[in-house]
Design a binder for this molecule. Structure first.
Ligand code: AMP
Ligand code: MG
Length: 527
């Protein structure tokens, strides 16, 4: 299959109302779901990296990806035959406040491709220039944030976390100015474009924005969404809308459970950054837990409120779903079904979270809910006392053999690479000893063998995640023209659950130099 032979799915632009204004200038768009817009031509696009597995979703080979056409198309310089690019309108609650129209301010949808398996994949360029929704911004993206989105999207996929995918990362040859910390230090930076893929990029904010305008627009869009992405739910009617909302609650819940499993903090869970398919979307100032800290957020914009901190993510997802329920209520005119789905979310999350934590500890099922929960809470309480890298901790825990006597000194030795401090104070030793005793007991009660336990743990607890400082190192090298670390990380993160002995240096807790370094565990929305 070559790029010119890809078959297009044009249903979005055929079924939904277009903005009649063809010119590209910032404006409020009403009564339409999207505006036609062309990507801006770049001066000297250069492919830095692509994901062969994402390319395979479009039936593209390595040879296709190495072609000039690939670079031309995915930098926005050339259109695939039949592609009619557009930007969509949406709104959203940002940090809890209704922000009105937002929209694809720097995302341009090229087209949707139907692959050999009949799957439809929407192609979106991020950073390809201004659109009618750019408001006061420029529509471009810098290399650092683009590299972070590219690598993390693929890393999350391999971790089995629902996510949008990333096909390619290019620099455009152009420069954009950004003030990284919003402190009056604007600097020129290299501009970049990521091409991302998803079955759909529809967000909660789409429904919110159309609901604000008219029932008719809301209905057209919702019915299209159901028919194109949720056709298994049947023809749209009131009962179907409730089934659909319930499914959105479930997939959003399951996504957050996976974030909690791997230690991911999204950082900007505004309703415009919530995918209707329950995919992780819009990688901005996201981060990975370093020392386990429920109140941690990488986003400096949220430093005071911690609204989107690690431990808040389920609560915020629920809040966002509540806003979606409000938006679609006029289609249903009854609160009961929506309320039930929201209640189910809370129950499902509690159940799934406990099961996930049990899996992390090596238990296939929840045995006694209350006792299991206590065992997990007791461990998290220990983490609160003593700075611990969760990723290293669980992998090391899997190496222990809880069949025999507990050799406390030996166990501490084994777990020590996960700890930030050198020596553990007596009181904290006691807390760990108490937990280990309970854990040993629970392991001995479980019917699983030692190797089954280890296998479950090692497929639940990743060894390699995109540590904040690793991404920053890859960025600094990439900015200097060296893409080797970017490529190496992409390869390592493809098998995050495998032991990769020669890559052990990517499985180290945060070094001291990265503790307060901008771009590592401190990020802003500047991108
Ligand atoms: P985000 O915080 O990335 O989810 O973005 C929030 C809104 O701001 C979305 O409507 C984006 O399209 C828009 N936006 C962010 N950065 C830019 C930019 N550089 N140019 C135009 N719009 C932007
Ligand atoms: Mg966004």
């Amino acid at each position: 299959m070559t790029l010119d032979e890809l078959s297009l799915d044009t249903s979005y632009i055929e079924c939904l109302p277009a903005d009649p204004q063809a010119a590209n200038f910032p404006r409020q768009v009403h009564g339409a779901c999207f505006s036609w817009v062309m990507p801006t031509k770049t001066s000297a696009a250069r492919l830095l990296a692509y994901s062969a597995d994402a390319a395979a979703l479009l039936d593209l080979t390595d040879e296709d990806c190495a072609s000039k056409t690939f670079s031309d198309v995915f930098s926005g310089n050339q259109l695939l035959t039949g592609s009619k690019p557009y930007a969509t309108s949406y709104g959203g609650h940002q940090f809890g406040n209704w922000a009105g129209q937002l929209g694809d301010g720097r995302a341009i949808n090229l087209c949707s491709i139907v692959n050999k398996r009949g799957e439809s994949w929407a192609l979106q360029l991020k950073g390809a220039g201004p659109t009618p929704y750019s408001r006061t911004a420029d529509g471009y993206a810098v290399l650092r944030s683009s590299l972070r989105e590219f690598l993390c999207s693929e890393a999350m996929f391999y971790l089995r976390v629902p996510t949008t995918r990333a096909l390619s990362l290019m620099t455009t040859g152009d420069t954009v100015v950004r003030d990284v910390l919003y402190d009056g230090n604007p600097q020129p930076e290299q501009a970049a474009v990521v091409c991302r893929l998803a079955p759909s990029f529809t967000r909660f904010g789409h429904f919110q924005y159309y609901a604000e305008q008219s029932l008719e627009l809301l209905k057209v869009f919702t019915d299209y969404t159901i028919q194109s992405s949720f056709s298994h739910l049947g023809a749209p009617d009131k009962a179907c809308y409730i089934r659909w909302f319930n499914e959105v609650c479930e997939s959003s819940c399951d996504m957050v459970v996976e974030w909690m499993r791997v230690g991911f903090v999204h950082g900007v869970m505004n309703t415009d950054n919530m995918s209707i398919l329950g995919l992780t979307i819009d990688y901005g100032p996201y981060g990975w837990l370093e020392a386990y800290d429920p109140s941690w957020t990488p986003n400096t914009t949220d430093a005071n409120e911690h609204r989107y901190a690690f431990s808040q993510q389920a609560k915020i997802t629920h809040w966002n779903l509540y806003q979606l329920a409000n938006a679609i209520y006029p289609l249903i005119e009854e609160t009961e079904g929506l309320e039930l789905a929201l209640r189910n979310f809370a129950e499902r999350y509690a159940r799934q979270w406990l099961l996930m934590m049990n899996n992390k500890l090596g238990f296939t099922t929840t045995q006694h809910e209350e006792e299991d929960r206590q065992l997990v809470e007791q461990l998290l309480a220990f983490f609160a006392l003593y700075e611990t890298d969760m990723t290293i901790f669980f992998r090391r825990l899997a190496m222990l053999d809880p069949a025999g006597e507990l050799d406390f000194e030996g166990v501490v030795q084994q777990l020590s690479p996960a700890f930030y401090e050198e020596t553990m104070p007596e009181a904290i030793q006691q807390a760990l000893r108490d937990w280990l005793k309970n854990y040993w007991q629970r392991c001995q009660q479980a019917s699983t063998t030692a190797s089954e336990r280890r296998e479950l743990m090692n497929k639940t607890n990743p060894k390699y995640v995109l540590r904040n400082y690793l991404a920053q190192q890859a960025i600094e090298m990439s900015e200097q023209g060296d893409q080797s670390l970017l490529h190496e990380l992409l390869a390592v993160l493809k098998s995050p659950y495998d032991e990769q002995p020669e890559k052990e240096h990517f499985n180290q807790k945060r070094p001291d130099w990265a503790k307060h370094k901008v771009g590592c565990s401190m990020l802003s929305c500047s991108s």
